[in-house]
Ligand binder design. Structure first.
Ligand code: GLN
Length: 489
């Protein structure tokens, strides 16, 4: 085994585990050394579970020795955004209000990965309750972008993205409500997937906006992202919005190429940064070179996506977060009576952005304003779904940038919520519509040397076509697994 272990893909590690060239314990120890050396700077983890990682890895080695591997990936470690509930391990959503909450059960994503034999490295940082695009809204500390420590890794799944990009773990789980897997993947130079709504269980996710929230994998290669998603996706009776049909196989035919595919380019989506524009134009040309036929599609309702999202998501959040009352979960502050106690617990426990969202959402739902705000936003949501359906009459996939710019500096947007919200302008429509999307690296922007992400958007449950296109693009570009695809740290 070499020092290169930390940069190997999960699929490569699985091959080496199978061949007996490496043990799960070796991999775990390498990741622990790596985290010891770098996570003080990156701050990807809220909570490293090194003891658990070692115990899980040892158990995996025993299983393999007995010929009882639970899956091909048994022994390949994984990290979880700290919004996934983990039995016996603090789960905070990066909120002070849940600072000491230790759940009695595992999220379905976690239990399925555990059943697949994946050791847990720890819980990664995020914006509090996944509200944000930079991890700066974490109730604890911001994470940093491994490509440039003065820059944000994106958010809200920024801890998972930074951990994967920095070689702290080969793959990790995030959640995407408005872009929170794809945007940090884009800003951190890795792959991030937002699967079709209902195809992967929300059971055991600390809820932000239930009609939009979805777990999604972050990885350094497209194949790894597909494999991790496959492990956890599929029907779950514990999630009332789970699709009962079988989830398609993502790995079969992933290398089938894109000859003859029709790909739509979104006319309205133009990055603001010159270097991002350049890399995205090059990406379109590459897709064409690989045999796809490109055509422009117009999605006029998409420009209202952010406005609709910032009514619907806060409305749902104001309802979901009502459960934090200082009694049932986590933190309790003193108060003379129940009302005062609830108020002071919430005042102490919630950060400024969370309070802003609760107020926005409560206002949008209030009597007399419901139709003007929430009702109208739902109509925009329908228009977005219809625009997409119209576009998909002519194309198989849609390609567009994931973000308007590369990673921005810490502190740059914290005093301007709207500027922060606009980061998700290209990702939010997919959450509103419910279909699938992936962000893959498209190279580094020439002016700042930071990663650019290409977004490929598929029809609902057409993840196989999406992964096929992403894989073809990745193989041809040669960024993943290359020195160019690794930040210097
Ligand atoms: N940045 C968006 C927000 O702040 C999306 C977050 C997410 O996808 N969880 O709500």
């Amino acid at each position: 085994m070499s020092e290169d272990t930390i940069w190997k893909s999960a699929t490569q590690l699985a091959r080496e585990l199978d061949a007996g060239e490496v043990s799960a314990t070796d991999i775990a120890e390498h990741l622990i050394v790596r985290a010891d050396a770098t996570d003080d700077k990156i701050k990807a983890y809220l909570n490293r579970t090194d003891d658990r990682l070692r115990a899980d890895a040892a158990a995996s080695d025993e299983r393999r020795a007995a010929g009882e591997a639970r899956s091909r990936y048994d022994g390949v470690p994984v990290g979880y955004k700290d919004i996934f509930v983990t039995r016996g391990v603090t789960s905070t959503a990066a909120s002070r209000i849940l600072e000491s909450w230790v759940p009695p059960y595992d999220a379905t994503v976690v239990s399925r990965c555990t059943e697949g034999g994946l050791p847990m490295t720890g819980k990664t940082n995020l914006d509090e309750f996944a509200m944000g695009s930079s991890t700066e809204n974490s109730g604890f500390f911001p994470s940093r972008n491994p490509w440039d420590l003065d820059k944000v890794p994106g958010g809200s799944s920024g801890g998972s993205a930074a951990a994967v990009a920095a070689g702290l773990v080969p793959w990790a789980w995030g959640t995407d409500t408005g872009g929170s897997v794809r945007q940090p993947a884009s800003l951190s130079g890795i792959v991030g997937v937002n699967p079709t709504y209902g195809s992967i269980s929300r059971y055991g996710l600390i809820a932000f906006a239930s009609s939009l929230d979805r777990p999604g994998p972050l990885a350094r290669t497209v194949e790894d992202a597909a494999a991790l998603l496959q492990m956890a996706a599929g029907h779950d009776p514990l999630d009332s919005t789970s699709i009962p049909d079988e989830y398609p196989n993502l790995l079969d035919g992933i290398d089938g190429g894109i000859e003859g595919l029709r790909i739509g380019i979104v006319k309205e989506f133009v990055p603001t940064q010159e270097g991002v524009r350049q890399k995205i134009d090059e990406a379109y040309a590459r897709l064409e070179k690989l045999g796809a036929s490109l055509q422009e599609v117009s999605l006029p309702s998409f420009e209202h996506g952010i406005s609709a999202y910032y009514l619907i998501a806060p409305a749902e959040a104001s309802s979901n977060l009502a459960r934090y009352d200082g009694v049932r979960y986590g933190r309790r502050a003193p108060g003379a009576d129940i009302v005062a106690m609830t108020a002071s617990s919430r005042d102490e426990g919630f950060g400024a952005e969370v309070k802003r969202r609760i107020m926005l959402g409560t206002y949008a739902l209030s009597a007399g304003y419901y139709d003007a705000y929430y009702g109208k936003a739902q109509k925009v949501r329908t228009l977005i779904i219809q625009d997409l359906a119209r576009a998909y009459a002519d194309v198989d996939l849609i390609a567009c940038p994931t973000t308007p710019t590369t990673a921005f500096a810490l502190g740059e947007k914290t005093s301007d919520p709207l500027a922060m919200y606009l980061n998700d302008i290209f990702t939010v429509p997919v959450n509103l519509a419910g279909n699938a999307a992936i962000s893959i690296p498209a190279g580094l922007a020439p002016e700042d040397g930071l990663p650019v992400g290409l977004q490929i958007v598929a029809k609902s449950l057409d993840e196989p076509t999406m992964f096929r296109a992403a894989y073809a693009f990745e193989q041809d570009l040669g960024f993943a697994g290359s020195p160019e695809g690794r930040p210097e740290l």
